[in-house]
Design a binder for this molecule. Sequence first.
Ligand SMILES: Cc1ncc(C[n+]2csc(CCOP(=O)(O)OP(=O)(O)O)c2C)c(N)n1
Ligand SMILES: [Mg+2]
Length: 594
Amino acid sequence: MNAKENLSQGVRAEAPVASPEQKETWGSDAIAAMLRSLEIPYLALNPGASYRGLHDSIVNYLGNTRPQMLLCLHEESAVAIAHGYAKVTDRMMGAVVHSNVGLMHASMAIFNAWCDRMPMLVLGATGPWDAAKRRPWIDWIHTASDQGALVRDYTKWDNQPASVPAAYEALLRAAQIANTAPRGPTYINLDAGLQEAKVGELPRLPDAKRHRPPDPVRPGAHLVEAAAKLLSGAKHPVILAGRVSRSQAAWKERVALAEKLQARVFTDIKLGAAFPTDHPLHAAPPATFLPPDAAQLLRGADVVLALDWVDPAGVLKQVWGAEPVGAKVIQVSPDAHLHRGWSMDYQGLPPVDIYMMCEPDAVVPLLLDAVKPRTSAVTSKPALPPNSTPDVVSIRTLAEALNAATADMEICLTRLPLGWNGAYRDFRHPLDYIGSEGGGGVGAGPGITVGAALALKGSGRLPVAIMGDGDFLMGNNALWTATHYGIPCLILLANNRSFFNDELHQERVAKERSRPVENRWIGQRISGPDIDLAMMARAQGAEGIGPVTKVAELAPAIQKGLRMAQGGAVCVVDVRVAPGYDTNVSSSGAGQKR
Ligand SMILES: Cc1ncc(C[n+]2csc(CCOP(=O)(O)OP(=O)(O)O)c2C)c(N)n1
Ligand SMILES: [Mg+2]
């Protein structure tokens, strides 16, 4: 499917009655017109008086279309929805949040999008900057000097324009910067005074086409040549396939490059699918941390091509420890363009022999042309051992039931729980899986799922999330936005009734200190009472199935959920899984946390 074409599919509209013809326009009308010129398809928002001017302009000046508003019950959902939308389409939509308080609610989701390098336009507002125009009390508490400072360390750019022409330019620049790799959120703070000022005739709009993001940067020919030489002469080349687009053409080029080089390919469960996991060259199931056998395999590499891998230094350290890295490293990543001082999400500094500060999608075709084919017999990889407890409802039995039920269906996994083992299901298409939230902020799952489902609506590919109960409980009010606007999706809850990841941490600490491991559940378990998660879904107009407690109930429940979602419903299945992980989600050693 082409998610870009899907914009025309639309979602349920909230159509305003027509406004009378008016000569007069207001500042916020001009801002709304600029948003339309920028082809922002949707604005996910939670309302507030600080942007009542813009709100009116979207409804009454633009007729609530292009962009269309999507009402959200929490700012964190609004931003997570924009995040999920970008993950599927590689395109930006908007989120609007109210003054300082809305921005505070939004901040974790903005951080997630930042770490995930996903573009979005976050619009905010402030009580009139002109103190003489402020209403008593409320406009004062909702006005902050330098509001952008709240999110400056995890946005690419922010601005508070003081006039309509300045707002035009700010929006153009924000869109251009957000959509230039490495992509990320930008924030524009719209002064209530500016929004509500009469501006007479609409000030002439600049031509958005003349402010588009630049073409992808290509590496110098000498770098391509040098990299191709290294790769072609390698005995054991390895590709670390990291942040890449959802383009199917780029996917095919990566496969062709790996095949031409007979290179082993690693992928990362934190990121969207980057390479077919059932391909003989795919080295090991995608994981949060490299499993020991995969690290062993990587140790045999003499040339490593890192395609915007999230943490190349970390992986190399895992493999070579304190020794010098034994392979030549070709780094393909524009990421350092946004490395700054506050957040360490830039990870360790990898040793690099050839550095192309470009996006993988721009480099892979050049390398594909330049490398010489290698022949090499690739050994087969170990299969997952059979499920030793098929009679227990676990994440694995859930995965097996889902796989059986979707054998002939195109689905998009929009969320995976922490305990997921990358071998549970193969990815064969860039939209088979869109990756994690990026910033480790729990609660992103529901919003990202709804945003992804918005982008996938009408595409024939069904959004399916498998989600922890903790993640669901923190962000589940995003469901209402999905039911309200008719955005179908299926959420399967891997409900272990616990913030279980952290039970494991308490267990590690207890062992380290020779204290009772039995106490690991205290302050972690979400039971007594058990929360009826299916009812939380039904309360928001979604279908709620479960709790499913027996293996025999699992397949019918999943089939029913799939049918309902295919029929247009938002459906949640509460699957009570046994606590336990089949994968390493915390790396090793003391001081590790997630
Ligand atoms: C906003 C936020 N709060 C707390 C954490 C710490 N944390 C990491 S995983 C986790 C548990 C998530 O629970 P759930 O989604 O049910 O998955 P489970 O651990 O049970 O597999 C918590 C609380 C976090 N990463 N983000
Ligand atoms: Mg849990």
